[in-house]
Design a protein around this ligand. Structure first.
Ligand SMILES: [Zn+2]
Length: 382
């Protein structure tokens, strides 16, 4: 796992939750419980990244004493996060072979929910290593009724878990505020919906909520081909969202709305948008809008509008890696070609030569990012 993620999540958490309040960090106050949590996270992180390890090697790698490591490992075994798996196979050292410990096969799992796709809400059961164990779907729903649908989907997935559930992670379109409040998500017709509290009450589990595009951006940088130095992700689903990473840190901005390019107006006389404006980029480029377009020319027009919106962003930030994330059958071809051509035409030749716009399918990226958020919030593992 890259250090990038640690930077991002640390930034994300300090910006948007009370898990690691900035005030406490600024004064340098460290409580013993925080130290212990941090040390547990260091050991878990090593096991997630490198697999089975002896206690002695964990001590060497972490810089903690062997006594501390033994104590923490005992605690992690008691919490069913870690297990003894026996001696190192094929060991040649003289004397009793060291017993290895690893992430427990029956360690807790995570429920992840993705609300970004216009064809339906998706949920998954994901283990601590990021593998998807089970998928489920629910009908796309707006307004307060969506909360019932999300709760039902979450409950169905929890019911499939044969191991304890660590928490629930949700990737949602819109602007996500502190503690999982969705401040505004026009496509879901949500205004100040306390999603984390609502779902937490119904499930009895800790719930973490992040912007879908931001979570996809982090997952692409961590697990995909993303460029840690700078990446701009455009997510196309029911709406159009965006996520930005620069120099290893996610950019959310003081308004927590960075990347919300879907509601940039590109045609003041255009169609009504869910946000209340007219002619937003989203009215041309969302999945439902693209599906409704009559022909190749109309899709190329949507691609040119995307290119025009991307140009000042990419130029200002100096980002070379632009990722279009969504239904490939809608985005490949005229949309992608026109966006590339427009961006190349409207920037300096030096910049244009460096930029690549690539397409990735609307797969498990938001789900994986949501699970990673829960793993970090609950265990400190990135
Ligand atoms: Zn709009």
């Amino acid at each position: 796992m890259t250090g990038y993620l640690l930077v991002w999540f640390t930034y994300y958490v300090t910006q948007t939750t009370t898990v690691l309040p900035r005030r406490q960090r600024a004064t340098g106050t460290v409580r013993p419980a925080d130290t212990r949590r941090h040390h547990r996270a260091v050991l878990l992180q090593h096991l997630v990244d490198h697999g089975a390890t002896s206690r002695a090697d964990l001590a060497r790698e972490s810089g903690l004493t062997r006594v501390t490591v033994s104590d923490l490992v005992a605690e992690l075994i008691n919490d069913e996060l870690v297990t003894d798996i026996g001696p190192r196979p094929g060991g040649t050292r003289v004397g009793k072979p060291a017993t290895l410990v690893d992430i427990a096969e029956h360690s807790p799992v995570i429920v992840a929910i993705d609300l970004s796709d216009d064809t339906g809400f998706t949920g998954a059961l994901i283990d601590l290593s990021g593998s998807v164990l089970h998928h489920d779907q629910a009908e796309f729903t707006r307004g307060t009724a969506a909360l019932d649908v999300i709760a039902d989907l979450t409950a169905r997935i929890i019911a499939t878990a044969s191991r304890p559930v660590l928490g629930v992670g949700v990737g949602t379109p819109g602007i996500v505020g502190t503690d999982g409040h969705v401040l505004q998500a026009p496509n879901l017709q949500w205004e100040n919906v306390d999603l984390a509290a609502d779902l937490g009450r119904r499930t009895g589990l800790p719930v973490s909520v992040g912007n879908d595009a931001n979570l996809a951006t982090v997952a692409e940088c961590a697990f995909g081909e993303g460029d840690d130095a700078g990446l701009l992700m455009i997510t196309v689903g029911q709406g159009v969202g965006g996520g930005i990473c620069i120099d290893g840190a996610s950019v959310t901005g003081p308004l927590l709305s960075a990347g919300e390019i879907g509601h940039v107006v590109v045609d003041p006389d255009g169609a009504d948008c869910a946000c209340g404006n007219r002619g937003c980029l989203e009215t041309f480029l969302s999945a439902p809008a693209l599906r409704a377009l009559p022909d190749t020319d109309a899709r190329a027009h949507a691609g040119r509008l995307l290119g025009s919106v991307l140009t000042p962003i990419v130029t200002t930030l100096g980002i070379a890696d632009v990722v279009l994330h969504g239904p490939t059958e809608l985005l490949d071809g005229p949309v992608l070609d026109a966006a590339r051509e427009t961006l190349a035409r409207q920037t300096l030749p030096f910049v244009a030569r460096k930029i690549r716009i690539r397409l990735i399918a609307h797969d498990d990226l938001v789900l994986t990012g949501a699970a990673a958020l829960v793993r970090f919030r609950e265990l400190g593992v990135v």
